[in-house]
Design a protein around this ligand. Structure first.
Ligand SMILES: CC(=O)SCCNC(=O)CCNC(=O)[C@H](O)C(C)(C)COP(=O)(O)OP(=O)(O)OC[C@H]1O[C@@H](n2cnc3c(N)ncnc32)[C@H](O)[C@@H]1OP(=O)(O)O
Ligand SMILES: N[C@@H](CCO)C(=O)O
Length: 365
């Protein structure tokens, strides 16, 4: 296992590597993932310090197009440009003075972790040749990271959307390493509708990767918001250029994603989400949830049309905890937007003093 830092790391030739990480927090580890068939590198960022008992580590897992930059640094002169800035920082639910917060880029992603942008032996990025991966492989890659950091168990694993899938998979496949769990706006298994929604997105990218990813984003973004919100914000307004305002809004999100994301990464991550089923090979969802020993908070967003509340209710029920509801007009994206409510859930999750960890780290495992 080797540790690295951004120094000496060659950014991928194309795609969304965030150049010049302003906080200097980005690091990576390398290791082996049996079955992947290529070397593993996991890029991650951290906030805070691992304490002497190694008991204060919190794993934060991003969604489909997120990355390791969960937060900037809430100090004068530093940007707050992360996707969960309101959650991580001084005085926040995940205060670096107390918690060692770790946010990796997912396996198959395009922000520094092994994925389709990684050069293959011929020097050309793997692209469409990159192997298919599963949510379980992604968690296995994050286990490699945990081992390298010497974190034998997480005080909490938290994630929304695709990050919630991985958080749940962590708690099912590595119960002894997850002391508390927040699953937010995610299902126990992808449904026929999820797979159906993904199908035109995948077709669009395979037909013409870059514009196709723009089309995929437009389709997906609709599922991230709500009809009521779109009506309120855009109605039937037409812009000077003749486009409906709502069309222009989707165009904007498509263009932004094209600037920062890799199409084949989008494909492999979407396929991984399609394959997500914590119950597969484990006697079904209910039996799989029975393996979880973590204290759990399970929450959904009341207006989420992608992963409706009933899907989190199934998880909550299987874990024997009440379903928590985040109120939002924004739909699925509420897990990114309703930060005060999410912070409350995280605070609730961590209110119990963290148990002292055995301190068994990478060397002993
Ligand atoms: C876990 C992760 O996913 S991390 C990565 C963060 N996620 C993303 O970036 C995903 C893409 N974005 C989103 O999902 C959402 O925009 C969120 C959740 C990040 C933010 O949601 P909101 O604050 O409600 O932003 P909203 O969806 O309204 O988009 C605002 C943008 O649309 C633009 N916009 C609004 N109306 C229009 C219009 N009619 N025509 C063109 N552009 C428009 C705004 O100018 C703004 O642009 P900017 O983002 O470049 O500044
Ligand atoms: N806006 C989120 C939605 C998917 O959960 C993303 O882009 O990852």
């Amino acid at each position: 296992m080797t540790f690295g830092s951004t120094v000496g790391v060659t950014p991928p030739a194309a795609g969304g590597w965030r150049e010049g990480d302003p906080n200097g927090h980005r690091r990576w580890v390398t290791g082996e993932l049996p079955g992947l068939g290529l070397p593993l590198r996991v890029a991650y960022e951290t906030w805070g310090t691992l304490d002497a008992s190694r008991s204060n580590a919190v794993l934060v897992l991003h969604a489909l197009t997120g990355d390791s930059h969960a937060a900037g640094v809430a100090e004068p002169g530093h940007p707050t440009d992360g996707w969960w800035d309101g959650l991580i920082g001084p005085g926040r639910a995940l205060d670096p003075a107390r918690w060692f917060v770790v946010a990796p880029n997912v396996l198959g992603g395009c922000q520094g972790t092994t994925g389709p942008l990684t050069p293959a032996a011929d020097g050309v990025p793997w692209g469409a040749r990159f192997p298919r991966i599963s949510v379980r492989d992604q968690v296995a890659a994050e286990v490699v990271l945990a081992d390298a950091l010497g974190v034998s168990s997480w005080a909490a694993v938290v994630g929304g959307s695709m990050g919630g899938m991985r958080a749940l998979e962590w708690a099912v496949s590595e119960p002894a390493r997850v002391r508390s769990l927040l699953v937010l706006a995610a299902p126990a298994a992808s449904t026929a509708e999820h797979i159906a929604l993904a199908a035109p997105q995948l077709h669009a990218i395979r037909a013409d990767p870059v514009p196709g990813m723009g089309i995929a984003r437009r389709i997906a973004h609709l599922s991230y918001r709500t009809a009521v919100e779109l009506e309120d914000r855009f109605g039937r307004d037409v812009q000077e250029d003749g486009r409906y305002a709502v069309e222009s809004y989707l165009d904007h999100h498509a263009e932004k994603l094209i600037r920062r994301f890799d199409p084949w990464s989008y494909v492999r991550l979407t396929e991984a989400m399609n394959g997500h089923d914590v119950g597969a090979g484990r006697g079904g969802v209910r039996a799989a949830l029975g393996r979880v020993t973590a204290r759990a908070v399970v929450a959904g967003i009341d207006s989420d049309r992608l992963y409706p509340l009933a899907q989190q209710a199934e998880i909550a029920d299987g874990l024997g905890v009440p379903l928590r509801v985040v109120r939002s007009a924004a739909g699925h994206d509420g897990f990114l937007l309703e930060v005060p409510q999410v912070a409350e859930l995280v605070g609730e999750l961590l209110e119990v003093p963290a148990a002292v960890d055995s301190g068994v780290g990478a060397a002993e495992r």
